[in-house]
Design a protein around this ligand. Structure first.
Ligand code: FMN
Length: 421
């Protein structure tokens, strides 16, 4: 297992207060460690505000600032292990990229996932980016700032500007504040830092390398940006974000969901995403197990309404389709996210493969937070039998592809969670 924490060693370190000031708070409510679990043998491991498949956390948070109060203009990398920031360079690294005072770069270290999930890891790193993106959007929103996500950029240029270690791929830029037209090249003083070795032995996954290579862009297209402030209806967002946890399983006879609650969650999932690629590509299918006011069955969510596709108890099939994971049947509802990959591909070529998974992750993150705010818990489900899902949902070949499952219900308490200190 590779080291779950990337450090750039040998650079100036900045210790952050937990949640005083904009940048510390932003990271504390989107990327920081927020809980510890203890294994039966006494081992401890960290969980973070943003969820991640297998808790493997391939996503790294870098950022660059320009004229941000309290921060020297520079290029930084976040160290969640100690809630610190590594200053990798001093100067204006945003020239030609953005006029925003703060831009985050989310990168992925695919090996962190691939050692366990093999080629399927390519999906998970893209989901995880979607989750991290919305974690940032809502944390920034709770601090009064809009976020504009950019997935259309020249990979090599961005990777070089932030001088990412070769095993880190730039995946998403998140401009916090007002975005504007691109400007000219960057200059500054560079400390860089030496990336730590994550594992002494790294296995190659040529299929992932090949897939990723087809999604690269050589040039950054010019797209108009229109930031929107995404507000999350919640009084104490910080506490909510930090208490979010994935359920390991749900109580089979747990709390039922009200139809209005389900409608609210589906509406939250469908609200606009502030991003530079156009369109939405995902349709939600709902396995309704235990919803007051809605007969058990399989529904398609379309035009803000639920359309019945199959009447009757779906608990066994929902679990079976989700790689026989009980939680997909014990939930109040389980969702299947179906992406129109064809339409996405026609618009953005292979780059679209990232976007549909970012969108799925983004929807998932909103549902995690939305569920938590209603007193439910949730779990993203990346493991499912793709072809069987297509058959059960009656999705014709080429008409859509399942990209993510998601379950919401009343969690069985997790005894491995260490009490907060
Ligand atoms: C993309 C993605 C896929 C996941 N797939 C599964 C899954 O198939 N089964 C499961 O029990 N949990 C799944 N999870 C939940 C993770 O295991 C969980 O996020 C991780 O252990 C960290 O725990 P936390 O969410 O409480 O921070 C998934 C999470 C994500 C983001």
């Amino acid at each position: 297992m590779p080291d779950p924490f990337r450090h750039y060693e040998g650079v100036p370190l900045i210790d952050l207060p937990a949640d005083e000031g904009f940048v510390p708070s932003l990271l504390y409510y989107s990327a920081a460690i927020s809980a510890t679990k203890v294994t039966p043998t006494g081992g401890r491991y960290a969980l973070r505000v943003n969820p991640s498949s297998g808790n493997l956390h391939p996503t790294e948070f870098h950022f660059a600032t320009r004229g941000l109060p309290g921060w020297e203009d520079g290029c930084y990398h976040y160290r969640p292990s100690s809630h610190m920031v590594e200053m990798r360079g001093r100067g204006d690294f945003l020239k030609g990229v953005s006029d925003a005072p703060l831009v985050l770069l989310l990168s992925s270290i695919v090996w962190r996932e691939a050692w366990k999930y093999r080629d399927r890891a390519y999906r998970y790193i893209n989901h995880d980016i979607g989750h991290a993106w919305q974690a940032l959007v809502y944390a920034a929103g709770s601090l009064g700032c809009a976020t504009w996500a950019r997935g259309l950029f020249a990979d090599a240029d961005v990777g070089e500007r932030f001088r990412l270690a070769p095993d880190e791929w730039p995946m998403l830029l998140a401009e916090i504040g007002a975005p504007a037209e691109p400007r000219l090249a960057a200059q500054g003083e560079w400390f860089g830092g030496t990336p730590n070795t994550l594992s002494p032995e790294v296995a190659a996954y040529p299929l992932i390398e090949e897939m990723h290579a087809t999604t690269l862009l050589g040039e950054t297209p010019v797209v108009p940006s229109a930031p929107a402030l995404d507000d999350f209806p919640c009084d104490n967002f910080g506490a909510l974000a930090r208490r979010r946890r994935s359920a390991l399983d749900f109580k089979p006879e747990g709390r039922r969901m009200a139809l209005e609650q389900l409608s609210g969650l589906l509406n939250l999932a469908s609200r606009p995403l502030a991003k530079d690629w156009e369109g939405r590509f995902i349709t939600l299918y709902v396995f309704a197990h235990r919803v007051d006011g809605l007969a058990p069955g399989l529904y398609r969510y379309w035009d803000s309404a639920l359309h019945l596709m199959k009447a009757g108890d779906q608990r066994v099939i929902a679990a079976a389709l989700s790689l026989h994971q009980d939680l997909a049947g014990n939930s109040a509802v389980t969702l299947s996210m179906i992406a129109d990959l064809r339409r996405a591909f026609d618009r953005y070529g292979d780059r679209a493969y990232r976007f549909v998974h970012h969108e799925a992750g983004a929807i998932g993150q909103r549902l995690y937070l939305g569920a938590e705010s209603l007193g439910f818990q949730a779990t993203g489900i990346g493991a499912f039998y793709d072809d069987h899902v297509h058959r059960w949902l009656e999705i014709e070949a080429d008409a859509g592809q399942v990209v993510y499952h998601f379950a919401i219900g009343e969690a069985i308490p997790d005894t491995r969670l260490a009490p907060e200190v």
